[in-house]
Design a protein around this ligand. Sequence first.
Ligand SMILES: [Zn+2]
Length: 182
Amino acid sequence: MTECDVCKIVNNKEAFHVIYEDEICFALLHESPAVPGHTMVIPKTHTTIIEELDDKIVEHLFVVCNKVSTILFDKLGAHGTNVIVNNGIDAGQDLPHVVINVLPRSENDGLDFEWTPKQSGQQVLESLQKKIQIYSDPIFLGKDELPDIKIQKPEQSITKTSSNNKIEKKENYQINNLKRLP
Ligand SMILES: [Zn+2]
């Protein structure tokens, strides 16, 4: 039923060079690698972008990527690794299924992921921070299953404000934050 090329691989793994598999995902060598040892870590569940995956699966995928990375360091003598997700067509994603690439790197391997840094004024940064931060609470604190991790608001955005009212707000925030901790 599926048209997805990656799901076809999932169903025909024997034809590929799989280096690891469990019930959630598998890792295989890229057939047209950027460098030798280029590995793809792929969730078995069909999902187009990583945001659609359950948090637990995302967590597991990155644990697997980390272990693959360790293997590439230890067994292929990599000097570094890149762990890359092209998430969405505009981000260079060319397959309709989540794939995490783990690339072993070495000096002069011919790969270049450099970009030209651009200037960003303080106003732009602050406005972006405000715009994004407003969604932090519902995204990070709105889920019961979130973890034993203490989430802290960046101090900067709170202390920079001027009125007493804001200081109260800061205290309230901390109290609210504590309430949310397990
Ligand atoms: Zn698929």
